[in-house]
Design a protein. Structure first.
Length: 195
């Protein structure tokens, strides 16, 4: 069971760290996933707050296709590190917010635009100082994961009885195999921000 769990963690690390957070080169245009020409990087010094979340939302909504057509992508997912989990959930689940976090006495809170629109996904496999706003996966190509011989779950093997190490030491050997690879298929589905 622990070996299977470790295999799944390896896959999650590959997806979140290698295919997103490491800013890999997109094979279709030989450009980093997050680049100026892709218009999907909010930039540095953008802490997770209502204002910056709105800016990331706007970048995603304004993405255009290869021929300049408006894609009208709808943001659905906010990916954060565990250090930002509580804040992210407050930002997307609170009924009311105060614009820009204004603490002036008498300021009237407004309804939260993000409530019910974004799902928070928390993962330790991204940098603590980054967060990502992603489109609904049904609207755009995202990343592609391929599994060796179509085997989408880890394979477990136990050495045959009476052979090898069992015969020599009264022990049984096991192993787990999980072979996969992947690549970003498009850059338009995701916006990065650096705190």
């Amino acid at each position: 069971e622990r070996m299977g769990t470790a295999a799944v963690r390896t896959l999650l690390n590959f997806v979140f760290n290698t295919l997103i957070d490491a800013n890999p080169t997109c094979t279709y245009d030989s450009t980093a996933l997050f680049a100026a020409g892709h218009n999907n990087d909010l930039g540095a010094s953008k802490p997770l707050n209502e204002t910056n979340l709105e800016a990331a939302w706007g970048l995603l909504r304004k993405q255009t296709g290869l021929d300049g057509e408006k894609l009208n992508l709808v943001p659905r997912i906010l990916i954060v590190h565990p250090d930002q989990e509580a804040l992210a959930n407050r930002l997307v689940n609170s009924e009311l917010v105060v614009a820009g976090g204004d603490t002036t006495v008498g300021v009237v809170p407004a309804s939260n635009f993000f409530r019910g629109r974004l799902q928070v996904i928390t993962t330790p496999y991204i940098t603590t100082t980054r967060y990502y706003v992603c489109a609904d996966p049904s609207q755009s190509d995202t990343i592609e994961i391929g599994f060796y011989q179509g085997q989408e779950t880890p394979q477990f093997f136990v050495e045959a009885k009476g052979s090898g190490v069992e015969f020599e030491r009264d022990a049984m050997r096991t192993k787990t195999r999980y072979i996969f690879g992947g690549t970003p298929l498009d850059h338009r589905w995701i916006v990065r921000a650096n705190v």
